[in-house]
Design a protein around this ligand. Structure first.
Ligand code: SF4
Length: 408
């Protein structure tokens, strides 16, 4: 498995596969081809169907800058990867360069005809069973396995936590409307200002507000961390920020818990998927919830079996979750979905602690396989194409959102 740096990427939203990936592809194309006068870009599959809402064309345009260009959305041509992009470069009228590339999830890219840029495996073991056996045999915790595999990761993770917490605070301080046709009002600050009557309500309210804050930052192109993707970037920061505010845990404990969450995310990325276009929202928000549940179990110093149980329960109860963003914007249902998943991290953790330290009935490796198989069975309509589910309500949703917004 790759470094956690490849999982927790710091960058601008709103989408790792539809914004960060295409941006990187365009930059790579320009790096390889100097002095172009004109560039033609064609987006296929999910990039064509939801690229407008995800601001894919805007980010490509920004990279191309002064170079004349045309960006087309081809929703008819069948392609082998759901996030396919063609680029052609011209000097004068002569085509001098072309490239087909894929945005393969979490901001990573592959270029056709070239071996996938395989980053060195920094984690030799790649299943939970292998890693947990190794840790048990060597009396190690999961985060110590991360330390062993990439001893230099800690400074990077400090920056990750900082960017996550800054995004919570920026999001809580902003009001107004998110970019795009849906005209969704920001709600993080509104939720945060509520005065709940019980401690339990306050905990729920804060967890929801923190997740809204980061997801709203993501939806408006703010700086966030893919955890494991942009669309699901609100879950882990909500959990981390909430734990930090409790003043009960040291910085080191937060870092160690994030390492374990990263290990879970890496296993999901390697053995299943973290891409909504490949396996639906269960792969994005479901994976984030699984990572968050493991994070809470780690910071509470639970044994490996309990951490595995927490991560498994969180993912199990997202199985089948479709990706159906209305008009392709990473807003409805994405933002509230992050918030609900943040709360569910604690539910999954709590449930796991009722049967402490027994091997899971369903292992974490098994749930990874089941999530991937379920994702492959999902109709294309439910894999980031805005062709099914909530996305089919687009006109009604816009009307209803306007009513809600006016009432606020
Ligand atoms: S529905 Fe889920 S997977 Fe799809 S764009 Fe929104 S957050 Fe990402």
């Amino acid at each position: 498995m790759e470094s956690l740096k490849e999982l927790f990427r710091i960058g601008n939203g709103p989408s790792s596969s539809h914004t960060m990936g295409p941006k990187k592809i365009t930059e790579e194309f320009l790096k390889r081809n100097n002095g172009l006068d004109y560039v033609e870009v064609t987006l296929y599959g999910s990039l064509a169907l939801t690229g407008k809402g995800h601001l894919t064309d805007k980010v490509i345009s920004d990279v191309l800058g002064d170079i004349k260009h045309k960006i087309s959305f081809d929703i008819k041509t069948k392609v082998k990867h759901p996030n396919t992009m063609d680029l052609k470069g011209f000097i004068g009228k002569k085509e001098v360069a072309k490239m087909r590339a894929y945005s393969v999830g979490g901001g990573a890219i592959e270029i056709e005809g070239e071996k996938a840029i395989v980053k060195k495996d920094v984690y030799e073991l790649s299943t939970f069973d292998e890693i947990s056996k190794y840790c048990k045999d060597h009396d190690m915790r999961l985060y110590e396995y991360v330390d062993m595999c990439e001893p230099e990761i800690e400074d990077y993770l400090k920056e990750v936590i900082k960017v996550m917490c800054d995004a919570v605070e920026r999001g809580l301080s902003k009001e107004g409307t998110l970019p795009g046709k849906l005209q969704v009002k920001r709600k993080a600050a509104v939720i945060y200002r509520q005065s709940p009557s019980t401690l339990m309500e306050r905990y729920y309210k804060n967890t929801l507000a923190y997740a809204y804050a980061v997801s709203e930052e993501n939806a408006s192109g703010g700086l966030i961390v893919t955890a494991p993707t942009c669309g699901a970037c609100g879950v882990i920061p909500s959990v981390i920020y909430g734990l930090k505010k409790q003043n009960k845990y040291t910085e080191q404990e937060l870092l160690d818990a994030l390492k374990t969450a990263g290990l879970i995310g890496n296993l999901l990325k390697t053995n299943a998927s973290i891409s909504g276009a490949v396996a639906g929202c269960q792969a994005e928000v479901g994976s984030a919830c699984s990572m968050g549940a493991a994070l809470i179990a780690e910071i509470n110093k639970k044994k490996i079996n309990t951490i595995a149980n927490a991560a498994e329960i969180a993912l199990e109860h997202h199985l089948g979750l479709t990706c159906d963003p209305v008009l392709g914007y990473v807003q409805v249902p994405c933002i509230s979905r992050n918030a609900v998943a943040a709360v569910r991290c604690f539910s999954a953790y709590t449930l796991a602690t009722y049967v402490e330290d027994v091997p899971p009935v369903i292992s974490f490796d098994e749930i990874c396989q089941i999530m991937l198989a379920t994702g492959k069975d999902l109709s294309n309509k439910y894999r980031e194409t805005s062709g099914g589910g909530l996305a089919t309500l687009k006109k009604n949703i816009i009307q209803r959102l306007n009513q809600v917004n006016l009432e606020k």
